[in-house]
Design a protein around this ligand. Structure first.
Ligand code: SAH
Length: 222
């Protein structure tokens, strides 16, 4: 079982990180405050508690990463989360992004395809603070039809294209923030579902995510 403390020095490093995100153009104060409230080092191995407050992605096992803080802030800002929004997240990973959404008052439904990452969050005691997050082991391309429609959808892995089932599960007027592949990098898109079921598309900056892969896996090739 991991044992972490949120010490004065962590809080100081975190404040500096948040100030640097603001300098890089993140302007939504609610997003900055939410991230300032969350001890990011809890989501990584104990050995990396200094690095946790650098603005970069970091390995979390199973060839996956916790997204760079700037990327988390950028996607969250685009999602325009309001309290009580029902948000579907694809790619739970470390659960850091899920907690940022929960801090903003969202009801979070998050899906992870890697069994080991899904299981490790079951023993992650800090998450008990956030009963509004529901964790699912499954394939994000399928979404969660039982719980649809969602007000917002956030995809935190590189999507080969816009997954049609996720569009179906977005409510009219709802927004999806998704990095879609364009050769080596991904273009961040914000899609708004119109009354006729079609999408209004806005294009933002390019990013580099781990791939969104089909099916689920227990890490043993199954
Ligand atoms: N939101 C995470 C980012 C993790 S990286 C965080 O804050 O830490 C992206 C994650 O998406 C990886 O854990 C990867 O296993 C997962 N993933 C990739 N394709 C997926 C799919 N089809 N369904 C669900 N999860 C997927």
């Amino acid at each position: 079982m991991k044992k972490y403390e949120d010490e004065y020095r962590h809080k100081g490093l975190r404040r500096k990180l948040i100030a640097s995100l603001q300098k890089k153009g993140i302007s939504d104060q609610k997003v900055l405050d939410a991230m300032n409230n969350i001890p990011r080092h809890f989501f990584m191995d104990l050995a990396f508690d200094q690095i946790a407050y650098e603005d970069r992605a970091f390995p979390i096992g199973e060839q996956q990463t916790i997204s760079q803080p700037y990327t988390v802030a950028y996607q969250t800002q685009l999602l325009e989360v309001k309290p009580f929004d029902k948000v579907l997240e694809i790619g739970t990973g470390s659960a850091y992004q899920s907690v940022v959404l929960a801090e903003l008052g969202a009801q979070v439904y998050t899906i992870e395809r890697q069994k080991k990452l899904f299981d490790s969050n079951k023993n992650f005691s800090y998450l008990k603070k956030y009963p509004g997050i529901k964790f699912f082991y499954g394939d994000g391309f399928e979404g969660l039809p039982t719980y649809a429609p969602f007000d917002k959808i956030i995809v935190t892995a590189a999507a080969p294209q816009i997954p049609p089932k996720l569009v179906e599960q977005l409510r009219t007027g709802g927004k999806m923030v998704i990095p879609v592949d364009e050769s080596n990098t991904q273009r961040m898109l914000r899609l708004t579902k119109k009354a006729d079921g079609t999408l209004a598309e806005e294009k933002f900056d390019s990013f580099s995510f781990v791939p969104m892969l089909g099916g689920k896996t227990n890490g043993n090739g199954q």
